[in-house]
Write a new protein. Structure first.
Lengths: 503, 89
């Protein structure tokens, strides 16, 4: 018996909309969860996903990917890669797994909301696969991270982090809650797919996978590739939705959703991927900078995609072009000097050779951010380790939850934006962060940064109160990944190095 | 007398920090508190002749160094830039 080709039956098979008789259409798809944006149902039903898959094909492809990733892991487990990996790579792995595992798992909830509440059968079909993808991504990554737990207790945070009030986790959770978990299905589909997955996952999964392969971490590289192929597929839910909105007079609404989500995710990836690429990737395996990747994949590629869909480039595009050379460098200083507030062992990444690379990739780095590192390095050389940690805490942005930073050193440029509401001052690291807040102050004004929580008494006055609040026992407070043996180069002998101290 | 939190950014530092001062402190004392916590940690020491001034972020003139915090009409967490006055460098 001749079998029909998929394209001959796919559209009919996934046509699962019906006219409800026991409830109204509005009860079936309540606005707070669905949000049709007043676009008629028949318009939504025109949704046509660019990448079509059947459940049978999906399961087969996913099984093959899992077999490949787990096989490589099993084959390489005996190689004890982790034991011999550099502190750079260990820090990068710890940061990646503890930030990404739970975020992926939580994304399953967002996709499940799309599966139930999106108006079009095609959207729901794609979102079903997206839900399964995200469950897989959460599981496979936490399983791979679990392997390292026997070598390093830091990896406990791959599972634990999302349940803590650590300041970095608060920052990431706030962003993801905003774009994916507290919006209707239509808005969340645009924000999560366009603002996060289409725009940025290439940075964390493709670029990092390439770096992992160069470092010899083939297990991690294979796993990341298997994830990104899923991201590339399910991220395509957002594009047809945007197209439908633009065609039906809702360009302004779609534009705003993309702009909010993109900026919120840029700040997160700037810290996660930016520090990972420009400071944590071992220098001998480092080729492209965050700026290189951003210019090619995001400012170029994503920018063209946005315009092809009928949207405009975000209004802050010129601000972004400057931010890719600044924000993560400033935040890397903060991540290093406030290292005890992190659960992994941060890397300075500013040995003499690394500074040359930074200056080459970011001309002027030495006379700006490098000036702060000059002071830090000098304190280390003098054995003044206590002076490498500021007494004063950083000011935290009331939108992105990261430090309010500007340009350091000889080209010092202080950056601060603020809004006053009910005698409370809200600080922002950038004009777009402030813009997002002002779009909907009632949505955001109740949130308190970790520093706000110190000053309103939520966190007690003793130093341990702060760490206890963030879920960090004394053993879970970050220390210099090299115990300061980077300051004059990693090839220095023990005798050449500053005297050893707890980092 | 009451604790008063301020956001400060000293010339050369990469970002704002939060310090707590007494509302009876003068701006000069705010500058000194800031210097004590940041200079030599993230910013190289200024020369002895350098006169440091403060202004509210975005303002176009410096605050009087003798002005008390309580008289400055600050909101809690006011953002101050602390900079080296050019003609005294």
């Amino acid at each position: 018996m001749a079998l029909l080709k998929m394209e001959e039956w796919y559209d009919v098979a996934r046509e699962t909309n019906w006219t409800p008789s026991y409830v109204t259409q509005d009860e079936l798809y309540p606005a707070p969860m669905s949000n049709s944006y007043d676009i008629p149902l028949e318009k939504w039903e025109s949704f046509d996903e660019p990448y079509k898959s059947t459940y049978r094909d999906y399961v087969k492809a996913q099984r093959d990917k899992d077999v490949s990733a787990y096989s490589v892991k099993t084959a390489l487990a005996r190689a004890e890669f982790f034991k011999n990996a550099s502190p750079h790579w260990k820090a990068l792995l710890a940061l990646h797994f503890s930030a990404v595992c739970w975020a992926e798992f939580h994304s399953a909830s967002a996709f499940a909301r799309m599966t139930r509440f999106c108006q079009s059968p095609g959207m729901r079909n794609m979102a079903t696969f997206g839900t399964l993808d995200e469950i897989r991504h959460g599981q496979i990554q936490i399983y791979f991270a679990y392997e390292f737990l026997k070598h390093d207790a830091v990896f406990d945070w791959c599972h634990k982090s999302s349940k803590t009030e650590n300041w970095i986790i608060i920052s990431l959770r706030h962003a993801l809650d905003d774009i994916a978990h507290t919006r209707d299905a239509t808005s969340a589909a645009i924000m999560l797919n366009m603002g996060l997955e289409l725009a940025f996952t290439n940075l964390q999964f493709v670029a990092l996978s390439a770096d992992a392969a160069k470092c010899g971490d083939h297990s991690f590289a294979t796993m990341l590739q298997s994830i990104q192929t899923d991201e590339a597929r399910h991220a395509q839910i957002g594009e047809p939705i945007v197209r439908i909105m633009v065609e039906n007079g809702k360009k302004k609404e779609a534009q705003q959703l993309v702009e909010i989500a993109f900026w919120r995710m840029w700040k997160q990836f700037s810290a996660l991927s930016g520090i990972g690429m420009d400071y944590y990737t071992p220098l001998e395996h480092r080729e492209n900078s965050l700026k290189d990747f951003m210019e090619e994949w995001v400012i170029g590629q994503f920018g063209r995609t946005v315009q092809a869909l009928g949207l405009d480039l975000p209004w802050y595009w010129d601000i972004l072009k400057k931010d890719i050379s600044n924000f993560h460098h400033a935040n890397q200083i903060g991540v290093y000097v406030y290292r005890a507030t992190e659960w992994w062992r941060p890397i300075a990444g500013t040995s003499p050779e690394e500074r040359d690379w930074l200056e080459d990739k970011y001309p002027g780095w030495n006379e700006t951010y490098g000036k702060c590192w000059d002071v830090i390095s000098e304190n280390i050389r003098n054995g003044d380790y206590e002076k490498t940690v500021p007494i004063a805490p950083p000011l935290i942005c009331n939108m992105c939850g990261l430090e309010v930073t500007g340009v350091a050193g000889d080209k010092w440029h202080a950056v601060n934006h603020h809004v006053d509401i009910d005698d409370r001052r809200y600080h922002f690291c950038s004009e777009p962060c402030k813009w997002i807040f002002e779009l909907e102050p009632t949505r955001y004004k109740g949130h308190k940064s970790i520093i706000d929580r110190v000053f309103d008494g939520t966190i007690g006055p003793e130093p341990d109160d702060f760490y206890n609040y963030m879920g960090q026992s004394p053993a879970e407070r970050g220390a210099d990944g090299y115990n300061y043996r980077w300051v004059d180069g990693y090839d220095q002998t023990e005798e050449d190095q500053p005297r050893s101290a707890a980092g | 007398m009451a604790d008063f939190p301020l956001a400060i950014n000293i010339q050369g530092d990469y970002g704002y920090k939060v310090i707590v001062v007494d509302d009876q402190n003068t701006i000069e004392e705010v500058i000194k508190t800031s210097v004590d916590q940041i200079v030599g940690v993230l910013v190289a020491p200024f020369s002895k002749e350098t006169k440091l001034r403060a202004w509210i972020h975005g303002a176009d003139r410096p605050l009087d160094n003798n002005l008390k915090v309580s008289d400055a009409n600050f909101i809690q967490m006011e953002a101050l830039q602390i900079y080296a006055e050019k003609n005294s460098e």
